[in-house]
Design a protein. Structure first.
Length: 300
């Protein structure tokens, strides 16, 4: 029994640690695309620093490495990782991982040696929010006139190099890129859209209206609504009594029967009658003579 309780406690502890100690990976600058030789910082925003969150990645060569491991990439600073001069080989999937093996969200980073990149959100966009895409050049002017594409189809042309999508929905999810007539096109980036959490509107109260003079008086005890919690308490008490009383009565009866059952150590009571002795027979004859004499005296 003690072992089962201990296992159950360990299970609850591990479950709570998995659900409460989470981390989120962020990147600065906040863009999924960047030019070579730029500085990039990745951080694990964590709830519990004792979990030991570190930054990991899986590059195009399908090599899984921790930040700062054997000096292969990045410089680790606690739960952060800094890359001074990114290269095209740094393109890949990045995430945070704890000592226990828990993982965070993933971020796709593309490093290009080209002349144009598309600045787009690295994290999913919530439905109903606005999102702005920027077509950025390596050399000034940094924001040229650009054409924006979604899934290979032209959306529109923006002379400022910025395109804002208002009140995004799931239909806006897809693969985006931009094209500059003078510098070429950017790599493509996937933009995800998450559903907006449903919220229940608070019920409107009729008491919000200004009270009249008649209603301004404090209610009497008869006008007060009944306390529903008392009804639930009484109902719960009656339900427990109905359920547990038969068990209590049957238990008492079983204990009573067990205590009064005959055992092999008790001597049986004999019901046999012994014959009367001569003295007892003499007393019986004398008693009969007295009764006969008394009866004779009352006969006139």
């Amino acid at each position: 029994m003690e072992e089962a309780s201990l296992l159950w406690l360990l299970f609850l502890t591990s479950l709570l640690s998995c659900t409460t100690n989470q981390a989120s990976l962020t990147v600065s600058p906040s863009s999924s695309q960047m030019f070579e030789d730029e500085f990039v910082s990745l951080s694990c925003e964590e709830d519990d620093s004792s979990a030991g969150w570190t930054v990991w990645r899986n590059t195009s060569g399908h090599i899984r490495h921790q930040c700062g491991e054997l000096g292969k990439w990045g410089r680790s600073a606690g739960s952060s990782c800094n890359i001074s001069d990114v290269d095209s080989v740094d393109s890949g999937v990045y995430w945070c991982e704890s000592r226990e093996g828990a993982t965070s969200n993933t971020i796709n980073i593309t490093v290009t040696g080209g002349s144009v990149v598309l600045q787009s959100p690295v994290l999913p966009v919530m439905e109903g929010h606005d999102v702005t895409l920027t077509c950025r050049r390596r050399t000034p002017p940094s924001n040229p006139t650009a054409d924006f594409y979604k899934d290979g189809s032209l959306i529109r042309t923006e002379p400022t190099g910025h395109m804002t999508i208002h009140h995004v929905s799931r239909s806006d999810e897809g693969l985006y890129k931009c094209l500059s007539s003078s510098d070429g096109e950017s790599p493509s980036s996937w933009i995800s859209v998450t559903e907006k959490p449903t919220t229940t509107a608070p019920p409107t109260s009729a008491a919000s209206a200004p009270p009249t003079s008649a209603a301004s008086a404090p209610p009497t005890s008869a006008a007060l609504p009944p306390d529903s919690s008392s009804y639930h308490l009484v109902f719960g008490l009656l339900r427990h009594l109905v359920v547990f009383c038969p068990y209590c009565i049957s238990t008492v009866l079983m204990v009573s029967l067990y205590r009064h059952r005959p055992t092999g150590n008790e001597q049986p009571v004999s019901m046999a009658m012994t014959p009367p002795t001569q003295a007892e027979e003499g007393l019986d004859d004398g008693y009969d003579d007295v009764i006969t004499a008394v009866t004779t005296e009352h006969h006139f």
